[in-house]
Design a binder for this molecule. Structure first.
Ligand SMILES: NC(=O)c1ccc[n+]([C@@H]2O[C@H](COP(=O)([O-])OP(=O)(O)OC[C@H]3O[C@@H](n4cnc5c(N)ncnc54)[C@H](OP(=O)(O)O)[C@@H]3O)[C@@H](O)[C@H]2O)c1
Length: 258
């Protein structure tokens, strides 16, 4: 089959959480450029509206929906708005996330709960809502959860984040197998280091530069490095994949250069 047919998303309706910056913004643009109509979700509505205009200018279709992923009422309203604009959501990208840099002995209960709530609990509830609606509409679809290499390997100062992302990897397996025979494919992407608002200060520090040299490819991720893996998981190209989380990290998970 020709690549442009294999990865074509015409007729699909995608919902991207955390589309207001970083990886999610890029994911939304890539989905729209390949034919999906895209619902953009995050708290910063001004940024979503800017992205909606950018996508429309490039010939795509998008809707901006202001919502906090922790708010279940806002979640249902977001799906309603996406459905009203474009129809049943058939591609969900659980991308919204936060990080922290506290050593375990200093980590507050509030930070622990907030990181787990945004980075893990919300991934389940947004997936559950998407699946319920796809099943009710008798539609097939794909869910992609954004995990992290820290879901596979630990590091100092990120205990809540690493636990949440490991949970996302396991959640992806559990939902992937439970919904595989219903035509809902659940898979994950585990990015290595990409410079975004979540980590810019750290990656630009001396420690960050040391980390960069330890990555087998000797660089951080760049715009475009996740485009292909994302398209594989959401399109017919990945139609026999379920429950898998793919590391996209310049070789970091395989081993550091040392
Ligand atoms: N950058 C990396 O190196 C890296 C590596 C591995 C995994 N990841 C994962 O990639 C995903 C995207 O991160 P990023 O690097 O692109 O960071 P980012 O630029 O800080 O983006 C995070 C996004 O999540 C949204 N968000 C956070 N809390 C939210 C909430 N309560 N409700 C709704 N939206 C919320 C933010 O939007 P608003 O603030 O507008 O709500 C923003 O759009 C995260 O899951 C992160 O863990 C990143």
């Amino acid at each position: 089959m020709k690549a442009d047919t294999l990865f074509d998303l015409t007729g699909e309706v995608a919902l991207v959480t955390g589309a207001s910056s970083g990886l999610g913004l890029r994911f939304a643009e890539v989905l729209a450029a390949n034919g999906a109509r895209v619902a953009l979700v995050a708290r910063r509505a001004d940024r979503l509206n800017d992205l909606k205009q950018k996508i429309e200018k490039a010939g795509g279709q998008a809707i901006a929906i202001e919502a906090d992923v922790l708010d279940r009422g806002a979640m249902r309203r977001a799906y309603d708005a996406a459905e009203k604009a474009f129809g049943t959501v058939t591609i969900l990208l659980n991308n919204a996330g936060i990080a922290h840099t506290d050593r375990a002995v200093d980590l507050s209960e509030d930070t622990w709960k907030n990181v787990l709530a945004i980075d893990l609990d919300a991934v389940f509830f947004w997936s559950q809502e998407a699946a319920r609606r796809m099943l009710a509409a008798n539609r097939r679809g794909a869910i992609v959860n954004i995990a992290s290499v820290l879901g596979f390997n630990a590091s100092k100062g990120v205990v809540a984040y690493a636990v949440a992302k490991a949970g996302v990897v396991q959640l992806t397996k559990a939902l992937g197998m439970e919904w595989a025979n219903k035509g809902i494919r659940v898979n994950g992407l585990a990015p290595g280091w990409f410079t975004t608002d979540i980590n810019r200060e750290f990656l630009e520090s001396e420690r960050g530069q040391t980390i960069r040299k330890e990555i087998p490819m000797e660089r951080f991720g760049q715009d475009g490095d996740l485009d292909g893996p994302l398209l594989l998981l959401v399109s017919q190209a990945g139609r026999f994949m379920a429950g898998e989380t793919i590391a996209v990290d310049g070789g970091q998970t395989v081993g550091l250069r040392g």
